[in-house]
Design a protein around this ligand. Structure first.
Ligand code: PMP
Length: 340
């Protein structure tokens, strides 16, 4: 018998991702920092989990019928998860995305067979915002469901029932802190609730990028954003249904430059090619580890999420011209090719 994992259904490849000890971040924090390898999901992001739980929930409720269509508005990763799960279960998918997201995500969605609709990036209050557009398309399409990842709590259940118990088991119940950034809030709230069920002393921290409103919300009750971020998939301005009741004990705000530095170091020193939300999460995990140490917790262990693969951002994060145009530090190994 082999000890290697064997699955009889492709959808069982979603979840049960490895947890890896991150050397550089652990040294920087002075304690163990662990990363949950969500890029190892079939769609290469954490959002495969939400896609699977949302689609299975719609089936259970009788809303999604054979031959039906799943419609969703997304920064891209949820769409990729939905397209793959829909393919595996015989459904169609329509994905609405703001057109400022990476080209790789749009190309991937088309390649997977999703119908891709792009809209200009606008504020949530605009009726043409990608979320509202996706809801309208679902209403107008026969035999279609709207996944509604922001306010459908089947999303966070994926993390209450999946990600949290996995982290708990992988760390054999010795975990002191967890943090991640928020897009829908499914991961933060779901892992937070799932871990607190097991040990209410585990410290749950929000790691917010600039340009999001949640840092201030948890700090002083005001949903107020400052600055901006180029990180895709994170940065929330409201309390989604998934975020309601999230057990947030503390909060950190991390700049793109700091997140990018960890993206660079994790690639060059540890061979992990990740997106910017992962770098921001790792910077947040280091801050949380230091805070736990300062509060006298001995040898604290902190876990965070490595949300998606960096291959999704070759034209942005890993492109010197793009970085320069955004006034961000350019990874030195990307060289000066585009300068001449
Ligand atoms: N990172 C990336 C790259 C994402 O696409 C997302 C999802 N939008 C997140 C982080 C945040 O996950 P969640 O929606 O569970 O808050």
């Amino acid at each position: 018998m082999t000890n290697l994992p064997v699955q009889t259904k492709t959808l069982d490849l979603i979840g049960n991702t490895p947890l890896v000890l991150l050397d550089g971040p652990s040294k920087a924090a002075g304690c163990e920092i662990w990363g949950k390898c969500e890029f190892a999901n079939p769609g290469a992001s954490v959002k495969d989990r939400a896609a699977l739980w949302i689609i299975r929930d719609a089936e259970k409720r009788g809303e999604l019928k054979p031959g039906g269509t799943v419609v969703e508005g997304t920064a891209g990763n949820t769409g990729i998860g939905i397209a793959l799960v829909a393919n595996a279960l015989g459904y169609k998918s329509v994905i609405v995305m703001p057109d400022n997201q990476s080209k790789e995500k749009m190309d991937t969605l088309r390649a997977l067979g999703a119908q891709l609709v792009t809209v200009p990036p606008t504020k949530f209050a605009d009726p043409n915002h990608f979320v509202h557009t996706s809801r309208r398309i679902a209403e107008e399409t026969e035999n279609a469901v709207w996944a509604n990842q922001f306010d459908n709590v089947a999303n966070r259940r994926a993390h209450i029932e999946g990600t949290a118990p996995e982290i708990w088991e992988q760390l054999e119940g010795r975990v002191h802190g967890f943090t991640c950034a928020v897009g829908t809030g499914g991961t933060l709230a779901g892992v937070g609730l799932g871990l607190k069920e097991r040990d209410e002393n585990i410290r749950i921290a929000l790691t917010d990028p600039h340009g999001a409103a949640l840092y201030n919300y948890y700090e002083n009750g005001e949903l107020q954003a400052e600055g901006s971020s180029v990180a895709e998939g994170i940065g929330q301005g409201r309390i989604t249904a998934n975020l309601e009741g999230a057990p947030v004990d503390t909060q950190f705000r991390i700049s793109d430059a700091e997140g990018l530095e960890w993206v660079a170091r994790l690639l060059r020193e540890e061979g992990l090619c990740l997106g910017l939300s992962s770098g921001i999460n790792v910077a947040g995990a280091i801050a949380l580890g230091r805070q736990l140490l300062a509060d006298g917790v001995e040898n604290p262990r902190v876990a965070t999420i490595l949300c998606d693969t960096g291959f999704r951002y070759l034209s942005t994060l890993y492109n010197a011209e793009w970085l320069r145009a955004k006034d961000l530090p350019v990874f030195d190994w990307l060289g000066s090719a585009s300068e001449g």
